[in-house]
Design a protein around this ligand. Structure first.
Ligand SMILES: *Cc1c(COP(=O)(O)O)cnc(C)c1O
Length: 418
């Protein structure tokens, strides 16, 4: 195998590898921290993907929002190819024009002042945590070592040791401690619990505007505004994690924008910022927070590389020039109507906003069998927590493809015993 790859035969290797061979390689040489569905995806175009036999599927996960522009968006790919004729990685030891343009473009797009570029979502969150703590010590006057950040039960902010340390999900954190102090978790959407948890040492409140991994959980109307008000009363920062729900996923540019009084000091962005082809993330915020970083405080070898910067600019440009901003709410509404009218005894509740949709099935429905049935129907999705099947297709999915996918979901569900 390696002989063939060394002599330039990777593509033909990929095409000739069977599903079983690809699976065996994955489980023999990889760690076992994922349990993938048995489908070997080797090609994609917008919302459709193909396996090694040429069988077509509709991608209803869209890499958890990372593929919001669709697989291999022509605009993004074109910019990436142009960039690969020039330069890809220089490190931030030097100035680079693409990075400068990216920082300006993203700050403007986010309606905030400054950007600290990273690669993955977890790194963007870690960056927000460091910014908030240094802000707390140097600007709010919290005694060194005492800063507290309030987070929410059922949160998902990534997989680093600091972040899983404040997860309330046993699978994520049972064996990976000891963890650092400085986080307090309260029930999501419960403003009284949040009020009771705030102390003079609270430097920030870190929340997802909608808990996506947690099962597509939407807080009560007005909650985000109340979070902002509480933070103002106690001189604390508001940090929204927009990594999965940002960039029009819920129909607004950012999910916090569903409430006019929910303006953040800092947001974490990632996933679709990479245009569906690269990891690009960032902490983006107001000057009064961002200015606390001085040389040496933080960094990332690949964060803010020219290739990622060019690709992210292409991704942002596509949001500004395509019909994505208007079509998501419309398609989401149609999808929601369809799901609510399915009238299947399997369904506990349908939740969502825009093209972030969750179908919670009743206890007793065999979710594994349903996953298999969905795959047999040519629809790719998996359940997240709380028995909720997530639908987060590319925001560029054609309307008839989306409706086709929903009909297949209905068919798959009817085929599984309640
Ligand atoms: C995916 C996700 C992250 C982590 O992003 P990675 O790129 O996987 O590190 C953080 N927060 C939210 C809300 C996410 O959905």
């Amino acid at each position: 195998m390696w002989e063939k790859i060394k002599s330039g035969g990777l593509r033909s290797m990929v095409d000739s590898l069977s599903m079983q061979e690809a699976t065996d390689l994955t489980f023999t040489y990889g760690t076992m921290n994922y349990k993938p569905l048995p489908v070997n995806i080797i090609r994609g175009e917008n919302a459709r993907v193909w396996d090694e036999t040429g069988r077509e599927y509709i991608d209803c996960i869209g890499a958890y929002s990372a593929v919001s522009h669709g697989h291999l968006s022509p605009n993004v790919v074109k910019i990436a190819k142009e960039q690969l004729d020039n330069i890809a990685v220089v490190s931030r030891a030097f100035i680079n024009a693409e990075v400068g343009l990216f920082l300006h473009g993203l700050a403007t797009f986010c309606e905030l002042d400054r950007v600290c570029p990273m690669n993955t979502g977890a790194e963007a969150i870690e960056t927000c945590i460091k910014l908030a703590r240094k802000w707390g010590y140097t600007k709010k006057g919290v005694a060194l070592g005492d800063a507290e950040i309030i987070v929410f039960d059922n949160n998902f902010h990534g997989r680093t040791t600091t972040i899983v340390g404040f997860s309330t999900e046993g699978d994520y954190n049972k064996y990976f401690g000891p963890y650092g102090a400085g986080f307090k978790s309260v029930p999501f959407g419960d403003i009284d619990a949040l009020r009771a948890a705030i102390t003079p040492n609270t430097v920030a409140i870190l929340a997802e505007p909608i808990q996506a991994e947690g099962g597509i959980l939407i807080p009560p109307d007005g909650w985000m505004t109340q979070v902002r008000e509480l933070a103002d009363e106690h001189n604390a920062l508001v940090i929204w994690d927009e990594i999965q729900v940002g960039f029009y996923r819920t129909g607004k540019k950012f999910a916090w924008m569903h409430e006019s009084g929910a303006e953040p000091d800092l947001i974490a962005v990632g996933k679709p910022l990479g245009g569906g082809i690269l990891p690009v993330s960032a902490a983006v915020g107001k000057n009064h927070v961002m200015e606390v970083f001085q040389p040496g405080d933080h960094g990332s070898t690949f964060g803010g590389n020219p290739l990622g910067s060019a690709v992210a600019l292409a991704a942002l440009a596509e949001f500004e020039t395509s019909d994505i901003p208007t079509r998501v709410a419309e398609l989401g509404g149609k999808a929601m109507d369809f799901l609510n009218n399915m009238n299947l005894p399997h369904v506990q509740e349908v939740r969502g906003r825009g093209l972030l949709l969750g179908i919670e099935v009743k206890e007793g429905v065999d979710t594994k069998a349903l996953s298999q049935e969905l795959m047999a129907q040519g629809v790719l999705t998996k359940e997240t927590r709380k028995r909720t099947f997530r639908l987060t297709p590319p925001l560029t999915i054609e309307e008839d493809t989306l409706m086709d996918a929903l009909q297949r979901v209905e068919k798959a569900m009817s085929a599984v015993p309640v």
